[in-house]
Design a protein around this ligand. Structure first.
Ligand SMILES: *[C@@H]1O[C@H](CO)[C@@H](O)[C@H](O)[C@H]1NC(C)=O
Ligand SMILES: [Cu+2]
Length: 545
């Protein structure tokens, strides 16, 4: 008996060894092309896969990717499950997507419904917020500017300089990263309010760092390739020249319900492509007709082509009724919509109902009527008011948050949600992980209009240049269905006949892609490599990190 058991053990160790040698060969040899990859069909290749893993510790009201590995999470001052060393509840944490754990961070002022963006030197800036909350040792945050310098170890923390403040109080402002490398901070209200009013509105904007002495809630804002801003609030939109302070063009109203907070819809600027001269199209979906818990969410999307001489909104279905959706550009350049619900508006106290559990993929290259993919792997977690979604450079989508109860309550009908989910889209299952395209030798910093070279490892025997795409992505600052500074830009490139080196042209100027962090993604036959972070700067010395 003893003997046969040991032979069995011996045999099973041996076969485990064989399997692991094979697996190692697949993973470590970049030029090994597995035969099974040719006929590979994953069970997830049509629906993708949704998994739950990790907790955020604090309610994820705002989230931003700091580097390939970490996500900075910001809540408002309130009672969360994560506590600081002092025993006081934390309201910010740093989430590690490799270990699915977090570290709590100390904040000095209340970040309730604030905004943020990166400066060209890599420093993240959080702007605005609300009243002081002594129970959480949070000072008044209406004019706050908070600095966070990303790091690759456990050393980074928030810094708030007592003297550095905005001119105006801003609750629910929008931030967009500018070609000059600084930030524009637009709109908001002077104090907390369900619906913005003329008395509380702050119809102004300012810059950080401040540009001059001059002194709307969460408008949708996109920097356009001509250096102007697209600004959308409710149903109206304009093209605005922020340097000369003038409206360049008024666009026709978007038909249907209001689309901005608290009747929150979502907005995405479609990927920019040098092949069509960086023509801009903007897609805005969902919303709600009135700030009542009974009002049905909207089920339409509007899309406008700013390159047309007389731009008009083209209407499309949104498949489901949805208020508070999150529209995100995945690393392959496709659009996905998640989160939100079918009834109500953005607010506390039973304001939102009937969660939407289905992700929807939108293919902007297809004709009207053929753009939506439904039936994807769904969730059973309600993600309503105060939820977030970030596209990861590795191709997945990170989803967190939902907190429509005040104070937080994990036992409510729609609970405060600390669980994190990852959605892996179907295209990542088109081939085995080991047969994904790979890149290496990505430079740390490039300047505008500069050619740079990287190495490419493609495991396909037949290499077809028409299947290759090179792009840069900026995942953006996610809060309240806004994805501030989110951007996806295709780059021109040349590939050598052996498909081993790529010569890539950096974006021509900072209007196309404002300076700072970018993730480089090479997609072959619809399958993206893991994105690699690098920096695009006007001058390599602009980067301090
Ligand atoms: C980045 O620039 C801002 C604005 O000038 C400055 O406040 C901040 O300290 C800089 N970051 C670093 C790491 O020097
Ligand atoms: Cu809010």
């Amino acid at each position: 008996m003893k003997r046969s058991l040991s032979i069995f053990l011996l045999l099973s160790t041996y076969s485990a060894l064989v399997v692991s040698v094979e697996a190692q060969q697949l993973d470590t040899s970049p030029f090994y092309y597995p035969d099974y990859a040719k006929t590979y069909q994953s069970e997830y290749a049509t629906q993708g896969k949704m998994i739950q893993q990790g907790r955020t510790g604090v309610a994820a009201m705002h989230a931003v990717l700091l580097n390939e590995r970490s996500i900075l999470i910001i809540d408002k001052a309130e009672e969360n499950e994560a506590k600081l060393d002092s025993g006081v509840s934390a309201f910010s944490s740093l989430y590690d997507i490799e270990t699915n754990t977090y570290r709590t961070l100390l904040l000095e002022t209340n970040t309730f419904c604030s905004a943020g963006g990166f400066l060209a030197n890599g420093t993240f800036i959080s702007t605005g917020g609300a009243e002081s909350r002594s129970a959480w040792r949070a000072g008044r945050g209406h004019q706050s500017i908070r600095h966070f310098q990303p790091c690759s170890d456990d050393s980074c923390s928030w810094v708030e300089y007592p003297t550095g403040k905005m001119y105006s109080n801003r609750w629910y402002p929008t931030v967009e990263q500018l070609p000059e490398g600084d930030l524009i901070i637009i709109g908001g209200s002077i104090a907390g309010t369900k619906y913005n009013t003329k008395e509380k509105n702050v119809p102004s904007y300012e810059f950080w760092p401040p540009r001059t002495d001059e002194p709307i809630q969460y408008p949708f804002v996109f920097l356009l390739p001509d250096g102007n801003l697209f600004i959308f609030a409710s149903t109206k939109s304009i093209i605005y020249d922020y340097n000369n302070h003038k409206v360049i063009k008024e666009l026709p109203p978007l038909p249907g319900v209001p689309r901005s907070y608290p009747l929150t819809g979502g907005a995405v600027m479609l990927p920019l492509d040098p092949e069509d001269d960086y023509n801009v199209e903007i897609l805005i979906c969902g919303g709600s007709s009135s700030p009542k818990s009974t009002s049905a969410a909207d089920d339409t999307c509007g899309r406008i082509n700013l390159g047309d001489t007389d731009p008009q909104w083209e209407m499309d279905t949104f498949i489901h009724r949805r208020v508070m959706p999150d529209g995100v550009i995945l690393s392959d350049g496709s659009l996905i919509w998640v989160n939100g619900c079918q009834r109500g508006y953005a607010g506390y106290k039973d304001a939102n109902h009937d969660p939407t559990f289905d992700p929807l993929i939108y293919n902007h290259k297809k004709p009207l009527g053929e753009r939506w993919t439904q039936g994807l792997a769904n969730t059973d977690i309600a993600r309503m008011y105060h939820s977030v979604a970030l596209p990861l450079p590795d191709g997945r989508l990170w989803i967190a948050g939902s907190n429509s109860v005040d104070p937080p309550d994990i036992h409510a009908k729609y609970p405060t949600e600390y669980r994190v989910e990852y959605y892996t889209p179907p295209h990542l299952y088109k081939r085995p992980e080991s047969a994904r395209p790979r890149i290496s030798h990505v430079p740390r910093v490039v300047t505008y209009d500069q050619e740079f070279e990287i190495l490419l490892h493609l495991q396909d025997n037949i290499k077809d240049a028409t299947k290759l795409k090179v792009a840069i992505m900026r995942p953006g600052f996610s809060t309240h269905s806004m994805h501030m500074s989110q951007r996806y830009v295709y780059l021109r490139y040349q590939v050598d006949p052996g498909f081993e080196t790529l010569k890539i042209m950096a974006p021509p100027n900072a209007n196309i892609y404002p300076p700072g962090s970018a993730y480089l993604v090479v997609t072959y036959d619809g399958v993206p490599c893991k994105g690699a972070e690098f920096f695009i700067e006007k001058n390599a010395n602009d980067l301090l990190i």
